[in-house]
Design a binder for this molecule. Structure first.
Ligand code: AMP
Ligand code: MG
Length: 344
């Protein structure tokens, strides 16, 4: 199959993409978080194609993308007031809510769970495609399973050229990490994945938030978890990643002492000077975490090279969007973290 590239600003792009979705084909869609690999979320056969194209485990459910907040009533039941408050505050935007699923949502989309994840993306052309198709679009991130997520149309083409019908090219994604996921099906709201909407923002609306253990630590593959996606190795280039913590100077001293010709450094823009001669790659400014979230996956893709043996990475600290960057980088590093202050 020839994969069509449809520029977002082209007049007939939404109509062409919607037609493919209606015919149960696969279209990569731009969103403010990352590119999604989309299909008709109400059709088993269409959704099955997403799992096949990505090589995604069948027990990892997809997010249902809607054009308007009111659409969630078609796919969810027993919706708490807090869901409407969150939609009012943050939609369209990088927030996914997990709610009880109606029977209209096929098992393939929810991976057999009684709940479904829903989100209204902050991207006009993608919402127009959903409206014209007349169905919600089920979409996980458009990367091949396990690989760093796709934040440009070129990343999607690299992973899926000839294997999907079309890619809508909306330019680089603004946020750059996947949506925040909050589960609203229990007594207390639970953060399943940090993202562009921060824990602080959620608490400002909900007044309460439990942080799921999958957010902070490594999950045993046999464990039953709330967000099935959190247990898989994720976001990772081929080579090992080691996060080095500590002050700029101490971390640089540690890395410069241990680095070999086959290794690379993934650091903040402010640190490039400290790694002269070590071929460093910056993914954004430590002083502005939104540049780190926007740049992380493109950098991890650049470093996805079998010739690289080890990647020494610097990770931001603190809350806000930095919290989501930490979560992705620590998962990519399989929680391999060295304290540059202590190690010689
Ligand atoms: P992706 O956008 O590729 O990260 O995939 C969607 C994410 O949403 C995965 O981490 C899934 O585990 C999560 N997800 C989707 N549906 C549900 C659900 N019903 N309950 C909990 N997590 C979900
Ligand atoms: Mg993903």
């Amino acid at each position: 199959m020839k994969t069509q590239i449809l520029p977002a600003q082209q007049d007939n792009t939404a109509a062409i993409a919607a037609e493919i979705i209606k015919n149960n084909g696969l279209v990569a869609i731009p969103t403010e978080t990352v590119y999604g690999l989309g299909a008709n979320g109400l059709n088993e056969a269409a959704v099955a194609k997403i799992f096949a194209a990505k090589g995604r485990p069948q027990d990892n459910p997809l997010i249902l993308h809607v054009a308007d907040a009111s659409d969630i009533e078609k796919f969810c039941h027993s919706i708490p007031q807090s869901a409407y408050q969150l939609a009012e505050a943050f939609w369209p935007g990088p927030l996914t809510m997990v709610l009880p699923a109606r029977d209209t949502v096929p098992k393939c989309t929810t991976a057999g769970l009684p709940t479904v994840a829903v989100r209204c993306p902050d991207n006009a052309v993608t919402r127009q495609i959903i409206r014209l198709a007349g169905v919600p679009i089920a979409a996980p991130s458009a990367n091949l399973s396990g690989k760093p997520s796709t934040t440009t149309a070129q990343h999607v083409l690299h992973d899926h050229d000839g294997r999907i019908d079309a890619i809508v090219d909306g330019g680089p994604c603004r946020v750059g990490v996947e949506s925040t996921i909050v589960d609203l099906t229990e007594e207390r709201p639970r953060l399943l994945r940090p993202g562009g909407i921060t824990p602080e923002q959620l608490i400002s609306v909900l007044g309460d938030l439990v942080i799921d253990k999958a957010v902070v630590g490594q999950i045993n593959p046999n464990e039953v978890v709330k967000a099935p996606g959190m247990k898989y190795r994720h976001y990772a280039p081929q080579s090992e990643i080691v996060i080095v913590t500590g002050s700029r100077e101490k971390a640089a001293a540690y890395i410069r002492k241990h680095i070999t010709q086959q290794d690379r450094v993934l650091c903040f823009e402010e640190e490039l000077e400290l790694y002269k001669g070590c071929n460093p790659l910056s993914y954004g400014k430590e002083s502005d975490a939104s540049t780190l979230s926007a740049g992380l996956f493109a950098a991890l893709r650049t470093l996805d090279d079998p010739a690289i043996s080890k990647i020494y990475a610097r990770c931001p600290e603190g809350g806000g969007v930095a919290y989501a960057v930490q979560n992705r980088l620590k998962k990519a590093a399989a929680f391999h973290i060295i304290n540059g202050e202590e190690e010689g």
